[in-house]
Design a protein around this ligand. Sequence first.
Ligand SMILES: *Cc1c(COP(=O)(O)O)cnc(C)c1O
Length: 388
Amino acid sequence: MKDNHFETEAIRTQTERSQFLEHSTPLYLSSSFVFEDAEDMRASFTEEKERNIYSRFTNPNTSEFIDKVCKMEGAESGYAFATGMSAVFSTFAGLLSSGDHIVSASSVFGSTHALFTKFLPKWNIETSYFNINDVDAIESLIQPNTKILYAESPTNPAVDIIDLEILGKIAKKHNILLVIDNCFATPYLQNPIKFGADIVIHSATKLMDGQGRVLGGVAVGRADLIREIYLFSRNTGPALSPFNAWVLSKSLETLAVRVDKHCENALKVAAFLEGHENVSLVKYPFLKSHPQYEIAKKQMKLGGNIIAFEVKGGVEGGRAFLNKIKLLSLSANLGDTRTIVTHPASTTHSKLSKEDRMETGITDGLVRISVGLEHTDDIISDLNQALN
Ligand SMILES: *Cc1c(COP(=O)(O)O)cnc(C)c1O
């Protein structure tokens, strides 16, 4: 049967109803499941039968959440995790061995960067980096032991865009795996598998939940690769809790309408910032002034909800601006109904050297704003008084 539209699958992809014929999927808080008899029990532990055994492996709520994300991303298979970072780590742990090599964009989520520099080297897995404005350099970084090409787009926090089609072609040519963290775009705005990605990762904590309540992560993609990631996870225990899966699956029902509105609001806020005299630079993928506007238009449905902008006056200017904010939240999250403002240079990325910060586009006065669903007049009014 042909799949329905995105919005319909988000709502109608559902776990089989129980004997109570409930309309909305119930919460299956059960750590384990029972067997009919000895033969059922034996078969359940082989490949002969796909069924729930123990919630560290699978659970009806996590399966429903995974099925939805697979439909949304056009993926064969997937697995859900306690956090976005456990999805990232388990992907590498499941697919790589000691001696393997990664080629990654230099601008990636802070904890992913820490994984590459501090932890994976403990298992003799090294990473080489390319600047996202220099995709031509990627091929020269690929070695005989390179297994994975890794990137995010849009990037956090600088909101740069990488051409996924080019990455897909390079990965294919060199027979390496392309892994994309698609968190900022959500499956509603961008489907990396269409451009050749083998695995797509999401922090479900962000726009997927969308209301700042639960942590979660998911990896979807080629079934043979997901099998490896699943076997690693099933035995090491980063599983998503059924409760969080239940929350996230409900949230996905409204992903399209929420993200549409987030993007509409963000475009208005970005246009306002671009016209303000105390702002020296605004980066939003669907503003014509964005350096990779054409690429963003090609691979994204809308521009997303994250804006990076430069307040005049460097680190002090950025901090002073934050101190004047009244309505909006100063918080480390993003993708919430509430608009969130952060200053990466003095917080999330303060441990990077100044050169490394500049390399990843995190200038002193850079402010990242995750535009929420409040009325845009109120968001703009708060930003305006703080900038003035
Ligand atoms: C937040 C985030 C992560 C990590 O997700 P958690 O759910 O916080 O573990 C990974 N990648 C990107 C791009 C993120 O924004």
